[in-house]
Design a protein around this ligand. Structure first.
Ligand code: ZN
Length: 557
């Protein structure tokens, strides 16, 4: 009988998100967030290389690249009072003039949107808004559309190392590599992978990302420095002899699951420590949530501890749920019930929970998820790679809210919107829709990506819409593109025919992370150069051990 997940090659996808103990703290990662910010502030004050003003909230809100060019330092962001009616606006405000403001339920043409102190301060006729903000910087919005920033609710950012491989061999990955690419990364290279993922996210329209893994402290500073709004979902397991997602062959095991109070305690301590160091930092841009890694690696006590931590600290929590056949078979075999029933039995479901995947949930599980108002993070692109169209229509009908995520390899949520739309239409046809191709609509996909995402991370009062008072997390889309002209409905054209290349600027918390396609918060050239070098070394090393057998289709002779 084989051990569950016996030692051997595992791809990042099959690696437990809580992949063992956190990496050893580097001097960088062992600093407290406060001292890190203080150091950044001091460094920023003395920099000479170049200073990049990033839009609203200038001064304390500017980004600087340090001399090495490797990392961006973000000075401490002070919370400033919003200007009251009739008072002059703060310096650094931006007004997007004569533009189109797009929300899932509303498209407003030829209006202006003002950003001040990190928030949307006004939307209205351009002349009126400019009168209120006469000193604001003007961003010519003609031919442009503003959209709420996309919220990626489920990412394993360092897994970009397995791009161009991990998409093609099922789940858990069945291409038996002699060595896992992720295992060949040094701690510094692991941080670099997270930076590559953040760069991709910024360029493809994400403004908030949920990084779900164990040992986030090691890259927390680098990720926060990207300027993205982040949820650090620190992931924990407490099984001694089930290290990660179960494989089909692991179902042959004979020994009972052993839960470890020590692993549980260490994991909850990691969550506690990360929360103390980072929650609410960077003007509230960083949040820390607890995560139980997987249903098959969670004891009832761990589920209860994760939920209790979330409730005590008024945050959300997450878990991978029903992502493979092996998972639900394993849960039936060792707990006598389906994964969702196990979570229900131990009081884990509820509106604070956003569960990732729900690929194989049956009718009973769908009922439990809907009844409990659990939110589902739907990783449509990765589900599609695995050949699965999750029962999203039934989950919606049951009352579950849907949010979107990328999972491994890619961090492009723009592309996920299109795949999620197509996948759900195919699923609805299969489920018996009278008129195939009618639902969902592109507006529904944007709603999932922004409103669903904002609910999932429990920031729906602050994010997910372009409304006065909401935080200024937004995208500027160039609508005069070959992919977008001519067109009927803008959102339809954008989701079906658009490409993230049309995103020219990305603003988070009132600051441009990218402007006119230049990423301001990270050194793109340096990061990509390093990533290319590291990726080549890692894959050369993997392929030294043997070629990968690709199961091609037979071709007609
Ligand atoms: Zn995942």
């Amino acid at each position: 009988m084989s051990e569950p997940n016996a030692p051997g090659p595992r791809s990042p996808d099959s690696v437990d998100p809580d992949s063992g103990p956190p990496q050893p703290a580097t001097p960088e990662s062992s600093r407290s967030a406060e001292s890190d910010e203080a150091r950044s502030e001091a460094r920023a004050a003395s920099l000479t290389r170049r200073q990049l003003l990033t839009g609203a909230g200038a001064g304390a809100a500017a980004f600087f690249l340090d001399r090495s060019g490797l990392r961006a330092a973000v000075p401490t962001e002070s919370i400033q009072a919003r200007p009251g009616p009739g008072r002059p606006q703060q310096a650094g405000a931006v007004v997007f003039t004569h533009t189109t403001v797009v929300d899932p339920d509303d498209v407003r043409d030829d209006v202006a949107l003002a950003v001040s102190d990190g928030r949307i301060a006004a939307i209205g006729p351009t002349d009126d808004v400019l009168r209120r903000f006469p000193a604001a910087e003007r961003y010519d919005g003609r031919g442009k559309a503003l959209l709420p920033g996309l919220i990626n609710c489920h990412a394993h950012m360092a897994a970009v190392i397995a791009r161009g491989f991990n998409e093609d061999f099922g789940f858990p990955n069945t291409a038996d590599l002699p060595v896992s690419p992720g295992s060949l990364l040094s701690p510094e290279e692991n941080v670099l992978m997270v930076q590559v993922a953040a760069l991709e996210a910024i360029k493809t329209g994400t403004t908030t990302i949920v990084q779900n893994t164990g040992g986030i402290q090691a890259h927390a500073s680098a990720l926060a420095d990207s300027g993205l709004r982040c949820v650090f979902a620190e992931s924990v397991r407490d099984t001694e002899n089930v290290p990660g997602p179960v494989t089909p062959h692991a179902l042959n095991r004979t020994e009972p699951i052993r839960f470890s109070p020590k692993l549980r305690q260490e994991g909850m301590q990691r969550i506690h420590d990360l929360f103390e160091a980072w929650h609410g930092k960077r003007n509230g841009r960083i949040q820390v949530f607890p995560a139980a890694a997987l249903t098959e690696t969670s004891s009832p006590e761990l589920l209860q501890a994760v939920r209790a931590f979330a409730e005590e600290n008024d945050v959300g929590y997450t878990i991978h749920l029903n992502q493979s056949r092996a998972e639900f078979q394993f849960m039936q075999m060792y707990h006598g019930m389906r994964p969702t029933a196990y979570l229900d039995r131990h009081d884990f479901l509820g509106p604070r929970l956003f569960a990732a995947h729900a690929r194989y949930v049956d009718d009973g599980e769908i009922h439990l998820l809907g009844r409990s108002r659990t939110i589902i993070s739907h990783q449509a692109a990765m589900a599609g790679n695995r050949g699965v169209a999750p029962p999203i229509p039934a989950l919606r009908a049951a009352g579950a809210r849907i949010a979107l995520g990328t999972d491994n390899n890619t961090n492009d949520l723009f592309e996920v919107m299109r795949i999620a739309l197509i996948m759900e239409r195919i699923r609805r046809n299969r489920d018996g829709d009278e008129i195939p191709g009618l639902q969902p609509q592109p507006e529904d996909m944007l709603a999932d990506a922004v409103q669903g995402g904002a609910h999932a991370i429990h920031q729906e009062t602050e994010l997910g819409a372009l409304e006065e008072g909401k935080k200024a997390d937004l995208l500027v889309v160039d609508t005069r593109r070959a992919t977008l002209l001519p067109r009927g409905r803008f959102l339809s054209a954008l989701v079906h025919c658009g490409h993230p290349d049309a995103i020219e600027s990305n603003m988070v918390d009132g600051r441009f992370l990218m402007r006119d396609r230049e990423v301001l918060s990270m050194d793109e050239e340096q990061i990509l150069g390093d990533a290319e070098r590291v990726g080549r070394r890692v894959w050369n090393r993997v392929l030294e051990e043997g070629t990968v057998k690709v199961p091609r289709l037979a071709r007609p002779s």
